[in-house]
Design a protein around this ligand. Structure first.
Ligand code: ADP
Ligand code: ASP
Ligand code: MG
Length: 617
């Protein structure tokens, strides 16, 4: 007998007929000898409907009342599904989040789960009941017992958290697609189903816009080693398994907030190459990284930020062993990149190299949706007197490149940084792991994983550019702390390489992306601190899309970035920003080109399957 948590999403319970079909599936699972806890979403588009109602009354409804309102959607489904089960002769009982004891922080509309009381559910299970729990909602740990919600899409998180707390054997997420696909089938109907994916990869995909799983659900599965399966509620196909490589023995107290950072990683053997003031047009990144891949040089971080005018900078890091080769390629390709381009006399393109750089990263799924963590890292480095040269972020990693320009060696700087970070985050540090493809081959399947697993598109971000930020320790820290203090999560953070000099002061631009819904607030918060912090201007660009590729095998395969950039350049899509981590590459492009970019990249990596995916309406 197994103990299974099943979660059914909105479409799966969209009508009373669908609720009856779901009830039958649950009964079949029970008859097969299993104990079942069910988590459900609101029916169909109920939550969207409730949001719309609220906005008909108020342009800025209170977050507390939004929670009271939105939590009603799931309460309808639990009652109806329990009735449908009872009709089939299956004892069932519905429970709201508060009745279960899903205790959260008070942060309305985006609360994190602190702990889950399991006694009441266990008692019902022992009496032979199926327990039907309302997803997406909880109750605060304050004396007012506030109703809270976890954020849109949060029922997945309720289900995986329950599976962790109850030590279930498996958590099954039932949805309207056959499982996790190489990309969103609504944009690419030939997207292919994956049999398995690692939770590391899924975490990136989910946070980069693959809506099929709530990123926090993947985070919990990864942290607690929950066996997670995503499958269709319309068929009996096995779906996709999300595998966690290192199930850890963690306390269930502070479930979603216990630890924001799991590890500090470093690499003191890096070198940096920057191509400054090169033309900002399609094809530049593609030619550069194609040439570098031909020399078999493995590139680590790639960063391209934004600049005023018609030029841009691309900076990348390589292992120090390869620096001579990387520099030679960059220098020899520069004239080709400049073909037909007349540089401004004050802005002559050039290749700059620093052989002595180190990369320090904080890693941890607990950073998701916690705006203060990146800011905290920048503050710690600033307090240690370290000036950050480059920043590259992913949802689960923040990497800072540091360099030495004085007699202090980069090793010394790096160790100073590690000491400080370790002390504050209370974790060990270790060299950046060099992932091998074989390591991920836990799937036992006959086929090796493709290097690129999935492609995701996020059209719900805006970009903020902060111009002329004084280049001194502490600036990134102050800027991002400011946003964090207002609850704004920053996604990509890119500090440009280029420095302007005015009266011997150095200035740099910093760009970042934030959720569309936070854009206006982020802009006004940053603008209000402009004079105080001494930067020049804050600009917002809403017409952006972020397209990303994810794959744990990318590290050992030079040329993946070049192929992605080439797919964009063939369609004349200009890349505005680039940020990479070991297992993902993200490019910001014009919003109107987002879908085309996704389709081009999906095609270039041959990810399509043989049949279009059917999505029930
Ligand atoms: P549910 O209501 O069941 O939670 P969601 O609408 O939240 O379902 O998530 C399922 C949807 O996620 C699919 O219909 C699909 O359009 C979208 N999606 C985006 N990226 C992917 C992907 N990589 N694999 C599968 N589905 C995806
Ligand atoms: N009903 C909620 C939403 O639409 C939660 C969920 O379905 O996961 O966001
Ligand atoms: Mg969902």
């Amino acid at each position: 007998m197994a103990f299974i948590v099943q979660k059914y999403g909105g479409t799966s319970v969209g009508t009373t007929q669908r609720i009856q079909a779901v009830a039958q599936r649950i009964v079949a699972t029970v008859k097969a000898g299993n104990s079942v806890v069910v988590v459900v979403s609101a029916m169909g588009k109920t939550t969207d409907g409730l949001v719309k109602l609220a906005h008909e009354i108020s342009g800025n409804p209170s977050r507390r009342e939004m929670d009271v309102l939105l939590s009603t959607g799931e309460q309808i489904t639990i009652a109806l599904l329990s009735m449908a089960l009872q009709e089939l002769g299956q004892p069932a009982v519905s429970m709201t989040g508060a009745q279960v004891g899903i205790v959260t922080e008070t942060a309305h509309t985006r609360a994190r789960i602190l702990r889950i009381t399991t006694e009441r559910i266990e008692r019902h299970l022992q009496s032979g009941y199926v327990v039907v729990v309302a997803g997406f909602q909880g109750v605060s740990d304050t004396e007012d017992w506030e109703i809270t919600t976890l954020g849109r899409g949060g029922s997945d998180t309720s289900a995986v958290a329950l599976a962790a707390a109850l030590h279930a054997d498996q958590c099954e997420i039932y949805t309207d697609v056959p499982g996790i696909l190489t990309t969103d089938p609504r944009l690419v109907p030939e997207a292919r189903l994956m049999e398995e994916i690692t939770s590391d990869e899924m975490l990136e995909l989910a946070s980069l816009g693959a809506k099929v799983l709530h990123p926090r659900a993947v985070e919990i599965a990864r942290n607690y080693g929950v066996t997670l399966v995503v499958r269709s509620s319309w068929t009996d196909e096995p779906g996709t398994k999300v595998v966690s490589l290192t199930p850890q023995n963690r306390s269930l107290e502070g479930l979603e907030i216990a630890r924001s950072v799991d590890a500090v990683e470093f690499d003191t053997q890096q070198s940096r190459v920057g191509l400054l003031r090169i033309p900002d047009r399609p094809g530049i990144a593609a030619s550069l990284f194609d040439q570098i891949a031909k020399e078999q040089v493995d590139v680590d971080l790639i960063i391209q930020s934004i600049h005023e005018g018609e030029t841009n900078d691309i900076t990348f890091t390589v292992n120090r062993r390869s620096i001579a080769c990387a520099e030679a390629v960059a220098t020899s390709i520069l004239p080709n990149l400049l073909a037909g381009f007349t540089p401004h006399p004050d802005a002559i393109p050039e290749v700059v190299v620093n052989p002595q750089v180190a990369k320090v990263s904080i890693v941890g799924a607990g950073m998701i949706g916690r705006p203060g963590v990146a800011a905290q890292m920048f503050t710690i480095l600033a307090q240690a007197g370290i000036n950050i040269q480059m920043i590259s972020t992913s949802e689960v990693k923040v990497s800072c490149v540091i360099e030495s320009f004085t007699e202090t060696t980069v090793d010394e700087l790096c160790h100073r940084a590690l000491h400080a970070l370790q002390a504050v985050f209370e974790v060990d540090s270790s060299p950046t792991p060099f992932r091998q493809d074989e390591k991920i081959g836990v799937h036992g399947g006959s086929q090796p994983y493709p290097v690129v697993r999935g492609v995701a598109l996020d059209m719900k971000q805006v970009r903020l550019a902060i111009r002329d930020v004084p280049h001194r320790p502490g600036m990134a820290s102050q800027l991002f702390q400011l946003l964090a203090d207002h609850g704004i999560s920053v996604d990509m953070i890119i500090q440009s390489q280029r420095c302007h000099e005015t009266n011997t002061f150095h200035y740099r631009d910093i760009a970042c992306t934030v959720a569309e819904t936070d854009g206006e607030m982020a802009r006004s918060v940053l603008e209000s601190a402009m004079t105080n912090l001494g930067y020049g201007a804050v600009m917002i660009d809403r017409a952006i899309a972020k397209v990303s590729i994810v794959g744990a095998g990318m590290v050992n395969h030079p040329g993946v970035a070049a192929r992605m950039f080439a797919a964009l350049s063939e369609r004349q899509i200009n890349i505005q920003m680039i940020a990479t981590s070991e297992i993902k590459i993200s490019c910001v492009v014009d919003k109107s080109k987002g879908v085309e970019a996704l389709q081009a990249i999906h095609q270039t990596f041959h990810l399509a399957g043989n049949y279009p995916i059917h999505i029930p309406s």
